[in-house]
Design a protein around this ligand. Structure first.
Ligand SMILES: [Mn+2]
Length: 301
């Protein structure tokens, strides 16, 4: 993993109807984010917040995907900032804001590795699937759509960010902590082939085992993974300040364990450009680890 972290704030709340998540970047900074990262022995720099439009300044637009144009524009800026960070050797740590920004993170990170003909996995820690499309969404709030966009479903403004799709293959995408999917969304999730670990899986098997499986899927034949942690992954008893709280979430400690599992798992080395999986005729030899090829990108929303 990169030893240098770049903090990028994205104070956007256009993706949902409840106001306030735009205060996320300040709240996280105010809680001592920089000092905590330094304590891990990593270098850190903060480039401040990206400029985001305010809902008062413009019409809602299409009811099925509110503020879509402005959100897609911001996601383009997020993608550029995330990709630039990776090029310059930094781990981009993007602070939201509502979860629609993850479409931008995915675009930037995937584009960086795409230039080396490599793919990425995506770890989605969330109470929700965020796999609605404008057609399936009951609310028209875009924060419920980014993961669908990453896989190539939904509004072209998000799906086609940086001119390619999908940003990751469903087999390398894992949702952990799900407990609140919409009826239509459930069908999309099933059809897509993403891996889902619900709260029941975590209750029954424990976070350690669930994360071991989740990382296996996300890292299978990928150059690295992006991690998206929606704060509503955590139970509202521990994290009440979120836009869409859902009871029955993970504890404060389980959330830490999930992220610690990621940090302790180094990525297997890839020396060849990505090819479709083949049937193996010989037993696999263990591959040496190369920390340079192992990265993590995070978004907190
Ligand atoms: Mn969520």
């Amino acid at each position: 993993m990169a030893q240098k972290v770049r903090i990028i704030g994205v104070p956007m709340d256009l993706g949902q109807s409840r106001r306030g998540v735009d205060m996320g970047p300040s709240a996280l900074r105010g809680a001592g984010l920089q000092a905590s990262i330094k304590k891990l022995g990593l270098q850190v720099e903060d480039i401040g917040n990206l400029s985001v439009k305010q809902p008062e300044e413009m019409p809602v637009g299409e009811k099925r995907a509110k503020y879509l144009q402005e959100i897609a524009e911001t996601c383009g800026d997020v993608a550029a900032a995330a990709e630039k960070s990776l090029i310059e050797g930094f781990l981009p740590l993007v602070l939201g804001g509502d979860h629609s920004i993850a479409a931008g993170v995915a675009a930037g990170v995937a584009n960086h590795f795409r230039k080396e003909k490599k793919q990425i996995g995506y770890l989605w820690l969330d109470a929700h699937g965020d796999m609605n499309t404008p057609e399936s969404s009951p609310s028209g709030n875009v924060h419920g759509m980014p993961l669908a966009a990453i896989m190539g479903y939904g509004a072209p403004e998000l799906v086609d960010l940086l001119g390619f799709k999908p940003k990751a293959e469903p087999g390398n995408i894992v949702i952990v902590g799900a407990r609140d999917l919409d009826a239509q969304e459930r069908k999309i999730v099933k059809k897509s082939g993403v891996h889902v670990f619900t709260m029941r899986d975590i209750d029954e098997r424990g976070m350690r085992e669930v994360m071991a499986d989740a990382l296996k899927y996300a890292m299978d034949d990928t150059a690295g993974i992006a991690v998206s942690l929606d704060m509503d992954f955590v139970d509202p008893a521990d994290a009440p300040g979120v836009g869409t709280p859902v009871r029955g979430g993970v504890t404060y400690r389980e959330a830490h364990l999930a992220m610690e599992s990621r940090r302790n798992q180094s990525h297997p080395r890839r020396t060849q450009p990505h090819r479709p999986p083949r049937r193996r005729t010989r037993p696999l030899r263990p591959r040496p680890e190369n920390p340079v090829n192992s990265f993590k990108s995070s978004v907190v929303s």
